[in-house]
Ligand binder design. Structure first.
Ligand SMILES: [Zn+2]
Length: 210
């Protein structure tokens, strides 16, 4: 599947960053893991993968309810857009601060490609493309209580298996939970069994038993 991925996707290095074979292969094998049982066609909606050497600082602008515009910088390890290229920082793909990425529930490739799966139905809302509207409702009936429970734990200052960033919004919860599902499955299953079962049924994998 990784060779099919490499054949169908186009890697581009930003700012003179050279994407060698080893880098492309590393991204390919990690990106294929979530779709091992779902099929590579899940990624047919885009072609480009833009690789940066390091995290990217993006200028953001939000207008609040009083019409005041707030500008701020956001540091991005990666970004996925509907139909657009997936952006990844190689430094973050390798692991933050030179530490072993597998030692924590952190995997920017799985995170961004989970966003790709989430956006297949047209909206980043924590619900991937599912066969029927009934499936979508059943998904939300599990995801949202798990999301609310997670947010409460974060607000109360408890340690969580998933990164606190997952409390940001349902789409980030799905992406971060997908990282945890593949990187630290036993810990996620222990802490949020219903969420684990939801992801296991979607991805058709049960990494906690491996
Ligand atoms: Zn995200």
């Amino acid at each position: 599947m990784a060779s099919l991925f490499l054949d169908r996707k186009e890697f581009n290095g930003a700012g003179g960053f050279a994407v060698g074979d080893a880098i492309a292969l590393s991204v390919a094998v990690q990106a294929c893991l979530p779709v091992l049982e779902l099929g590579i066609h899940q990624y047919d909606g885009f072609v480009g993968i833009v690789m940066h050497a390091d995290a990217v600082v993006a200028e953001r602008e939000v207008t609040d309810e009083h019409g005041i515009v707030h500008r701020y910088d956001e540091v991005l390890a990666g970004e996925a857009m509907e139909g657009g290229p997936v952006m990844l920082s190689w430094a973050d793909v390798q692991g933050q601060d030179g530490t072993d990425a597998a030692a924590s529930a952190y995997n920017v490739v799985i995170h961004e490609f989970a966003h790709v799966l989430d956006m297949r139905d047209g909206q980043p809302d924590g619900v991937p493309l599912l066969p029927t509207n009934k499936d979508r409702k059943a998904w939300l009936a599990v995801l949202m209580p798990e999301y609310d429970r997670f947010r409460e734990r974060v607000v109360c200052g408890y340690e969580t298996v998933l990164d606190a960033y997952a409390a940001e919004a349902p789409d980030e919860f799905f992406a971060v939970a997908s990282e945890g599902f593949f990187v630290t499955p036993r810990e996620l299953k222990e802490e949020q069994p219903a969420l684990y079962r939801l992801l296991a049924s979607y991805y058709r994998q049960d990494p906690a038993v491996l």
